[in-house]
Design a protein around this ligand. Structure first.
Ligand code: HEM
Length: 200
């Protein structure tokens, strides 16, 4: 990321040599126009990255904290432990988990062996061949997801998850039997993480 941002800075520097005295249009322009010489390219890149990360992740985190804090307060008032229906009552947290599974699933795909000749979309997979179905390329394909590298839990609101474009737990006869348990564990982790831990 630093390398990428540094390239942008270099390109801007070249441009600003040609067009001097122009009014700064964005953060990079402002940082580059600093005359104190304290701002190295590295520091400028660092500043830009720090501005990008909160812009990207703060909203989903805020929503998750709000939803889970509300539940924790209710539970504390009633003096009750968490139960199954609580897990289902956190729709935004579920969307955060779904989006995490889409972008960062630890299982990148599954292996299959063709038991007979199979033709898919004009390609022949001969009997006995092994195939690796790569989930990640489907989950990060912009034909299936707008801005696929953008962490956007809202994309799952009112969306049907049972499509072939979303298979973090596999599908068919070998569908992961731990699917619900995995989501439940992730929800419990997120609940305690956002309601009990401090970031500093
Ligand atoms: C985020 C967590 C998890 C992910 C992403 C995941 C993903 C998967 C995937 C993709 C498969 C299909 C493998 C294939 O088709 O070859 C699978 C199978 C399986 N998973 Fe999970 N899994 C998770 C958690 C769990 C948990 C918590 C358990 C059990 C407590 C579990 C038990 C199994 C078992 C037993 C199979 C084999 C099913 C079969 O072959 O019939 N998984 N998992």
């Amino acid at each position: 990321m630093v390398k990428l941002v540094q390239k942008i800075i270099q390109a801007r520097k070249k441009k600003s040599d040609i067009i001097s005295n122009k009014v700064p249009k964005d953060v990079v322009d402002v940082l580059l126009s600093d005359t104190s010489e304290k701002l190295t390219d590295n520091l400028i890149a660092d500043n830009m990255i720090h501005m990008m990360i909160p812009g990207e992740d703060s909203e989903p985190l805020l929503m998750t904290i709000a939803e889970n804090t509300k539940l924790k307060t209710q539970k504390d008032e009633l003096g009750e432990p968490l139960c199954w229906s609580d897990y289902l009552s956190l729709p935004f947290t579920q969307n955060v988990i779904t989006e995490t599974l889409r972008m960062g699933n630890i299982i990148t795909g599954v292996m299959r062996k063709a038991m007979k000749d199979v033709e898919i979309k004009g390609y022949l997979i001969p009997k006995g061949w092994c195939v690796f179905t790569y989930f990640r390329s489907v989950h990060l394909d912009q034909n299936n997801y707008d801005w696929p590298y953008h962490f956007n839990p809202w994309r799952w609101q009112d969306k049907d998850m049972s499509s072939c474009n979303f298979t973090p737990f596999g599908g068919g006869q070998r569908l992961c039997p731990g699917l619900d348990l995995a989501r439940l564990e992730a929800s419990i982790f997120l609940h305690y993480f956002v309601t009990q831990f401090r970031y500093n």
